[in-house]
Design a protein. Structure first.
Ligand code: NAP
Ligand code: ZN
Length: 360
């Protein structure tokens, strides 16, 4: 890949965490000029993923401060490079978690660049030119067109934003495990947050029976009436857990905090599959007996490729799948972080970067 050294002359207003307090403050920085493969995007909305909190507070020990979080970005193309034919000025587009990959390895060649060894993320990454990447808590983004997707016209830009990470993260394990277009299966979703509520919507659109396994009894009514879940188990209730013993074909674990997998594995049928997408900072307890006695499989999954992200976005357009959101201003990000930590959000905060909603 040719190394380019674009100038970083574009001044951008954003919001960053400066240290592990995780407190978000206004932050001005520079982005590169629009290169031949780039599109420049006026950011309209950016979702707040729990991953943003993990990075802002250095939960995973890999944060490079200052960090400008945000990888659930929607906006309008305002400039395109000479090599870009996929997008034009005025297009509605989205950017998710990735900003670059090597484009040459087996993963990149088979459209699995999210598993490229050299994948770089939209923030807290190192771009091809050696610069640190800054995310969507900002008014403008320059992105390589190969890491940009189109947003279907019928999807509102605010409710589409979280699909760029939360959506594709729950969509891919369902696709990989043949849950699209398959016979009706019993699907479990652990954790009813940003990822979890979208998992219910996808699983219902694909015709499955969905059981939510949650720590929050208060979420039961809405999970069933508004999101369409068929069953709801409170994980701290041993009777409820026992009564659903060996009832599920597939479980998606979206929990952000540490938890033991044993009790959840018991909910799987023999040969059932358990996919972990939640990313607690500490190793999780994985007892051998529920695995051995049930011939069960545990595996992980990370976001999705750009091809899969576009496929997911188009399916959302077709089925009208979008996020349930609470819109905030950039000045409310710290308050939003506190509420996410208290598990007080249904189900995604989305930052109105361009002040669109106040103009409606
Ligand atoms: P979120 O909105 O905060 O939802 C997490 C949910 O987990 C909560 O709503 C809660 O649901 C449950 N939960 C919280 N604390 C718990 C505990 N101590 N024990 C059991 N359950 C608990 O977070 P999110 O944005 O959906 O992200 C979830 C996780 O996925 C994060 O760790 C994030 O970093 C990770 N993630 C991974 C990928 C990937 O590619 N693999 C992509 C995006 C995000 P209930 O109230 O229903 O229990
Ligand atoms: Zn995310």
């Amino acid at each position: 890949m040719a190394k380019t050294t674009p100038k970083h002359t574009q001044v951008v207003s954003g919001w960053a965490a400066l240290d592990s307090s995780g407190k978000i403050t206004p932050y001005t920085f520079n982005r590169r000029e629009n290169g031949v493969n780039d599109v420049t995007i006026k950011i309209l909305y950016c979702g707040i993923c729990h991953t943003d909190l993990h990075y802002a507070k250095n939960d995973w020990g890999i944060t490079m401060y200052p960090v400008v979080p945000g990888h659930e970005i929607t906006g309008i193309v305002v400039q395109v490079g000479s090599n870009v034919s996929h997008f034009k000025t005025g297009d509605k587009v989205g950017v998710g978690c990735m900003s670059a990959s090597c484009l040459q390895c087996e993963s990149c060649k088979t459209s699995e660049e999210n598993y490229c060894d050299k994948v770089q993320f939209t923030y807290n990454g190192v771009f091809w030119d050696g610069s640190i990447t800054y995310g969507g808590y900002s008014n403008m983004l320059v992105a390589d067109y190969r890491f940009v997707v189109a947003i279907p016209n019928n999807l509102p830009m605010d409710r589409a934003a979280p699909l760029l990470c939360a959506g594709v993260t729950v969509f891919c394990p369902m696709k990989d495990n043949n849950l699209i277009g398959s016979q009706r299966q019993n699907i479990g979703v652990i954790g009813l947050g940003g990822l979890g509520h979208l998992a219910i919507k996808f699983a219902k659109a694909f015709g499955h029976h969905v059981t939510v396994i949650s720590t929050s009894l208060s979420k039961e009514k809405e999970a069933k009436t508004k999101l369409g879940a068929d069953d709801f188990i409170v994980s701290s209730n041993p009777q409820q857990m026992k009564s659903r013993h060996r009832s599920l074909d597939f479980i998606l674990d979206t929990v952000s905090a540490n938890h033991s997998l044993g009790p959840y594995l018991e909910l799987l049928k023999i040969k059932g599959t358990f996919v972990i997408v939640g990313a607690p900072d500490k190793p999780m307890d994985l007892p051998s007996f529920p695995l051995i006695f049930g011939k069960r499989t545990v595996k992980g999954s990370m976001i999705g490729s750009i091809k899969e992200t576009q496929e997911m976005m188009d399916i959302c357009g077709k089925f009208n799948i979008m996020c349930d959101i609470e819109i905030i201003t950039p000045h409310q990000i710290n308050e939003a972080y506190e509420r996410i930590e208290k598990n007080d959000i249904k189900y995604r905060f989305v930052i109105d970067i361009a002040g669109q909603s106040s103009k409606l």
